[in-house]
Design a protein around this ligand. Structure first.
Ligand SMILES: Nc1ncnc2c1ncn2[C@@H]1O[C@H](COP(=O)(O)OP(=O)(O)O)[C@@H](O)[C@H]1O
Ligand SMILES: Cc1cn([C@H]2C[C@H](O)[C@@H](COP(=O)(O)OP(=O)(O)O)O2)c(=O)[nH]c1=O
Length: 198
């Protein structure tokens, strides 16, 4: 089973993911962007305010393709529970927001376009926990260290996540990430336990 953690920067995903490692020691824990050289290319692009958003989408997607074949598919084939801190929904929400101001031929909707690219090769998550926090709190917590962490951008990202949740309400569970962190972690842990009991 593939469980993904999604949400704005500073929503507490990494803290929850680390806590889950203690609770589910048999599971495979992974994340995107990865630490491979593809992931390093992504980090380089994120550090460049002039990076082309379409080129950046393909760097993130290249990292995802490698992550899938090297980590996610083999672990799922072994029957492992896989928990990923960010996954394809991050591309649908963030890169659709980055592409919104650029030109896509034929009036294409950026979010649909990014989804279509993934549909050709990706493995969709079984369940996704969305850590729900407002863009102002997210930017404050994350310390606005890169261009994705600006409030206006996070507002667009947040709207895109809402579209994704509306489209697949059965895949997502929402956790209120404005609660104290221990409560967020407890809620996330309970959800993962319930998924694996099903
Ligand atoms: N519910 C919360 N309440 C207060 N601070 C939080 C909460 N969740 C996360 N933080 C803080 O925000 C920062 C980013 O948390 P992190 O778990 O790395 O989030 P993410 O991986 O979603 O960016 C950390 O300093 C963390 O302690
Ligand atoms: C995986 C992924 C991340 N991102 C962005 C979200 C973050 O701003 C940044 C780094 O992700 P991450 O290291 O998970 O940061 P955080 O812990 O703050 O959430 O990359 C994308 O824009 N697209 C993607 O596909």
């Amino acid at each position: 089973m593939l469980v993904t953690l999604e949400g704005l920067d500073g929503s507490g995903k990494t803290s929850a993911w680390e806590a889950l490692r203690e609770e589910f020691p048999e599971a495979v824990f992974t994340r995107e962007p990865t630490s491979s050289w593809y992931g390093e290319s992504v980090a380089r692009s994120m550090g460049d305010d002039d990076a082309n958003p379409l080129a950046e989408l393909f760097l993130f997607t290249a990292d995802h393709a490698d992550h899938l074949s090297r980590v996610v598919r083999p672990a799922l084939a072994d029957g492992s529970l896989v928990v990923s801190d960010r996954y394809s929904d991050s591309r649908f929400a963030y890169q659709a927001a980055s592409l919104a101001d650029s030109y896509l031929a034929g009036g294409r909707d950026p979010l649909e376009y990014v989804r279509e690219i993934h549909a050709a090769f990706s493995h969709p998550p079984d369940r996704t926990i969305y850590l729900d926090v407002d863009p102002e709190t997210a930017a404050e917590r994350a310390g606005a260290t890169n261009k994705f962490e600006r409030v206006a951008h996070l507002e667009r990202v947040s709207e895109n996540y809402e579209r994704l949740i509306d489209a697949e309400p059965e895949r997502f569970v929402r956790v209120d990430a404005t609660q104290p962190l221990p409560d967020v972690i407890a809620a996330v842990t309970e959800h993962v336990a319930a998924f694996t009991d099903d």
